[in-house]
Design a protein around this ligand. Structure first.
Ligand code: HEM
Length: 384
């Protein structure tokens, strides 16, 4: 993808930046397929994340284009068809820390499933599976229909229910078998599903996983999933531009570089000051590795810098207490020659939803007031 793209940028970081500087540590909870003893004997995060993804998706009606991966499980945890609700509660609580206006709970549930599959196919004798991950799911604001398959249902009703979810009988068997090979334990407690439990060893279920764990791509009508998200080799991050009162513009930032043989990304930072009159529209990055040099130009046009409205972080502050209070005071330098009439700030604020533990982002729009000028730069300051 081409940088910047807010949604892809954030999901790409949560997926691929695990350890080291700015590591998001999402995968620490599924470092191995067995990780999770902290939850109590026999519980594993990977199994719970997979089950959460499946139960979120399983009420889909693909023909009608309703339901699918939409985080409606947040509203549905206490239904009897969602027996063992702690698994869903704990998974959603973990994912909630990674939510933003650009990373929906439904995307994070899907990513959790993708990462769990990788963790559970990692062993010395085989290649781990990295399932393609797409973003763009939209969280539901109300519960979905009932319809999770339960152990006491008969075969015909399972077949029907999987058909509604978009799977034929063969896929149903594959999906249930591979799902329960990951869970690994619970089949024993529920004899009605023994036939599928015994069906799968990990070796044989891998191709099944491959085809079917794409359950996470079942989404309601109208939701457009992104392209498969893969890491870009060079990515700018934490860019801050300051308009100085001596006529200079200071650009600071990090560059994340992907070294094929390193376990994590390498990070470099830079600071440069140019006269405001000269400006800076974009930049390229040269990576020198031994005697080899390569120029990264973001697909041809360079990494763009937006200098019409520039947040001045040194003049701004924010405090976030999830669910209790929220404070943001933002000052932006605005280029005078653009003659904007109004400058409005749109802030997505996480709001509690009464019946779900998943917050909903609500956009609040406020007017920014002119609070000063930065002499001899052609910029004024607006605060809101
Ligand atoms: C006929 C369809 C299905 C039935 C009746 C069923 C039923 C169950 C039951 C009763 C449990 C035990 C829950 C507990 O002990 O709290 C379980 C666990 C599990 N199920 Fe299913 N399931 C079905 C399909 C699936 C599918 C399609 C997947 C994933 C693709 C899946 C993934 C899992 C996982 C990973 C666990 C283990 C959870 C853990 O260990 O924490 N199930 N299932």
């Amino acid at each position: 993808y081409t940088w910047p793209n807010p949604q892809t940028d954030i999901l790409e970081a949560i997926y691929y930046q695990q350890i080291g500087y700015d590591g998001r540590r999402f995968s620490a909870f599924v470092r191995t397929c067995e990780t999770g003893n902290n939850l109590g004997a026999g519980r594993t995060n990977s199994a719970e994340w997979i089950r959460t993804a499946y139960h979120d998706m399983a009420t889909a009606d693909v023909e009608a284009g309703i339901g699918g991966m939409d985080a409606s499980i947040g509203f549905e945890r206490f239904r009897s068809e969602n027996v063992g609700y702690h698994a869903f509660t704990d998974s959603l609580l973990f994912f909630a820390d990674f939510m933003s206006a650009y990373s929906s709970m439904a995307d994070l549930i899907a990513l959790g499933a993708v990462m769990s599959v990788t963790a559970c196919t990692m062993s010395p004798n085989r290649k781990p599976l990295f399932l393609p991950f797409r973003g763009g799911r939209i969280d539901a604001t109300e519960p979905g229909p009932f319809g999770i398959p339960e152990p006491h249902h008969d075969l015909a009703s399972h077949t029907n229910s999987f058909k509604k979810q978009g799977f034929n009988a063969t896929e149903m068997i594959g999906l249930v078998a591979c799902g329960h090979s990951l869970g690994g334990v619970n089949g024993r407690d529920f004899p009605t599903i023994v036939p599928v439990k015994n069906d799968s060893k990990f070796d044989t279920s891998q191709s099944v996983l491959d085809n079917n764990m794409c359950v996470s791509n079942t989404v309601p009508k109208g939701v457009q999933l992104s392209e498969v998200i893969t890491p870009i080799p060079v990515k700018p991050d934490n860019l801050f531009i300051t308009i100085n009162d001596n006529g200079g513009m200071t650009i600071k930032g990090d560059i994340r570089a992907w070294h094929p043989h390193a376990p994590s990304f390498e990070w470099w930072n830079f600071t440069t000051t140019v006269p405001v009159s000269q400006g800076l529209a974009s930049f390229t990055v040269e990576v020198i590795d031994g005697s080899h040099s390569s120029i990264h130009d973001n697909g041809g046009n360079g990494f763009p810098l937006q200098t019409d409205l520039i947040p001045q972080t040194q003049l701004s502050c924010s405090a976030v207490y999830m669910g209790r209070a929220y404070m943001l005071n933002l000052t932006v330098a605005v280029r005078d020659e653009l003659n904007f009439q109004d400058i409005k700030l749109t802030v997505p604020i996480p709001m509690r939803q009464a019946e779900s533990m998943v917050p909903r982002f609500e956009s609040h729009v406020l007017n920014m007031e002119k609070t000063g000028i930065i002499p001899a730069t052609g910029y004024s300051l607006y605060t809101g």
